[in-house]
Write a protein that binds this ligand. Structure first.
Ligand code: HEM
Length: 402
């Protein structure tokens, strides 16, 4: 049964990353917390701490000895298998993490990722072709969601035609799981059956894809266990879909109600590089979690082994101590050392791909639809939980080029 939690009235002591007010507008909540505590607390999903200053988030991200990645999602998912489902490298700690990450690194390096550009551009245009003549679209569902799911399916080696199935599982695992663990566990069960069958197919007939890479890989002379391969494929699907979907959507959402920024980008496409970094900073979608394994002080609080932490990189990116005019979105911001992709040893492995998808998706959209606005600001909805981005984004086009 879904756990219906009451709305939060005390963010300092009863924080909830799934609360509707937080989902709609987390920015003032972080601002108040940074000034007040600055590490919030909650007992809603076990004992959970929430640092909100960039400095404290850094301390956690750079200290895997005290803050383990064995818990990266605050969820009520039921355990799978005897020891639960691991999803390395994201759920592992050194030294295993280092060896495992090395297996995936080459496929996500800048050179190999750059080769995907023409396909991503063609994909973006084929999506635009489906709605441009209507003069409107839901840019979250019909555009932002479609590009990352297709690309990661091709990379992993699963049929892109099953994209709707993958996005539904992602929704269940990331959004539904904290409030309705049973439904989410059922979703995970279907995902496991589907992906296990695909892994078995690849074992019989290897291809040039990430499932085959994982099947061939060895750590200290030993092949990876089936459970680890499965967990990693699930991770790649989750990490590759929801995140970039959210970023593309947030970029378009911003441009839909900042016509000056839209016009500047249309007139001067070279601005796209700094605009992409600024959208990543200001609308960073991903909050991770950690589990305390050594007693540690943070922001005046004592964190004990077994406690969990949310690591809101998006809150750090809005910290005025780290960024001048932190709450302003400046598409030509010159210095922008944001942590949308995390920090430390788990820094995003897919950042080259994410940047490419985000730039190409925005470039092609504004090239063909150089003026657009929100059909109804009240109709925009955002995903809740640890990945935040628009899930309904109805736009009306003011000018189009076929
Ligand atoms: C805008 C899009 C993206 C954002 C904002 C993002 C953000 C992040 C963040 C914050 C982390 C750090 C996790 C931690 O500290 O525990 C991470 C890790 C990771 N990301 Fe991304 N990500 C994005 C896109 C992608 C894509 C497209 C992929 C491709 C599969 C990907 C794959 C991964 C993987 C495998 C890790 C784990 C790395 C490790 O544990 O060593 N991400 N991402």
């Amino acid at each position: 049964m879904p756990a219906n939690k009451p709305p939060v009235t005390d963010w300092e002591n009863d924080f909830d990353h799934c609360d509707a007010t937080y989902t709609a507008d987390p920015f003032p909540i972080w601002e108040n917390l940074r000034a007040q505590c600055p590490v919030a607390h909650s007992d809603r999903y076990g004992r959970v701490w929430v640092p909100t200053r960039q400095e404290d988030i850094h301390k956690v991200a750079y200290n895997p000895e005290s803050f383990s990645s064995k818990t990266v999602v605050i969820t009520g998912l039921l355990p799978v298998g005897d020891e639960g489902l691991e999803a390395p490298p994201i759920t592992s700690d050194p030294p295993f993490h280092t060896d495992f990450r090395r297996i995936l690194l080459p496929a996500f390096g800048p050179k190999l990722i750059a080769e995907w550009e023409p396909r991503i551009r063609a994909l973006a245009n084929s999506r635009i072709d489906t709605f441009i003549e209507k003069g409107k679209c839901d840019a979250a569902a019909e555009y932002a969601k479609q590009i990352p799911v297709t690309v990661i399916a091709l990379m992993v080696g699963v049929p892109p035609e099953d994209g709707d199935l993958f996005t539904e599982w992602v929704h269940q695992l990331l959004e539904v799981s904290p409030t309705d663990p049973e439904a989410a566990t059922e979703g995970l069960g279907s995902m496991i059956s589907y992906l296990s069958a695909k892994i078995a197919e690849r074992r019989a007939s290897p291809q040039d894809d990430l499932i085959s890479t994982l099947l061939e890989a060895e750590i200290e002379g030993e092949k990876l266990s089936d459970m680890r391969i499965l967990g990693t494929v699930i991770l790649l699907m989750l990490a590759g879909i929801d995140t970039t979907w959210s970023s593309i959507g947030a970029g378009l959402w911003h441009l839909s109600h900042h016509p000056d920024d839209l016009a500047r980008l249309v007139d001067d496409p070279k601005l796209m590089d700094t605009a992409v970094e600024e959208f990543l900073r200001a609308y960073a979608p991903v909050t991770m979690a950690r589990e305390v394994v050594k007693e540690t002080q943070l922001g005046g609080e004592t964190l004990c082994p077994g406690d969990k932490l949310l690591l809101p990189f998006p809150a750090g990116n809005r910290d005025p101590a780290a960024f001048p005019d932190a709450d302003k979105v400046l598409i030509d911001r010159a210095v922008n050392r944001h942590h949308a992709f995390g920090a430390g040893i788990h820094r995003c492995l897919g950042s080259n791909l994410a940047r490419l998808e985000l730039s190409v998706a925005l470039e092609e959209f504004i090239r063909r639809i150089p003026a657009f606005h929100l059909a109804d600001p009240a109709a925009v909805t955002w995903s809740s939980g640890q990945v935040r981005g628009p899930r309904a984004l109805p736009l009306v086009f003011d000018s189009v080029k076929s």
